[in-house]
Design a protein around this ligand. Structure first.
Ligand SMILES: [Zn+2]
Length: 149
């Protein structure tokens, strides 16, 4: 197996550690880079998996994108789509749910649509999740064209 960032071939150990921690195959150098981001923002593994999945499909996702107020797990700025991975959706409190709604509302004021995806979908149905996001991206592109930007 090779690193999906730089195509360097990986040792068995490198590969096992990477897949276990990030859900994707990365060399030590690229693991370190992600580790810093992960420690700083508490990035869920599924956000990393989805980020690389969307990249593979030819999109330009940004991981832990700072929108001026907060970090968004994944942003697709060309179509103004924010993607948040919900890791604790089973135990969410109404306070947290309200904060999420307010965040979505603030993003919407800047023209961004927010999509919340349970981490279990990414973990178990990555390809279907990507396919649905691609459909949403295609729809958003159409809307942007219709408005005339
Ligand atoms: Zn690499």
């Amino acid at each position: 197996m090779t690193c999906i960032e730089c195509k360097k071939s990986l040792s068995r150990e490198e590969q096992e550690v990477s897949v276990h921690s990030y859900g994707v195959a990365l060399c030590n150098r690229h693991q370190n880079r992600l580790q810093k981001l992960k420690e700083h923002n508490n990035t869920p593994m599924e956000a990393i998996q989805l980020y690389y999945g969307l990249k593979r499909e030819g999109l330009n996702p940004m991981l832990e994108w700072y929108d001026g107020k907060r970090h968004v797990d994944i942003a697709l700025s060309r179509v103004k789509l924010n993607i948040e991975i919900d890791t604790d959706y089973r135990t969410i409190t109404h306070e947290q749910a309200m904060r999420d709604l307010e965040d979505a509302s603030n993003s919407f004021k800047n023209g961004f649509t927010t999509l919340r995806i349970p981490h279990i979908l990414v973990r178990c149905y990555l390809e279907d999740t990507i396919k649905n996001i691609m459909d949403i991206v295609a729809g958003l592109k159409k809307n942007i064209k219709a408005i005339g930007h």
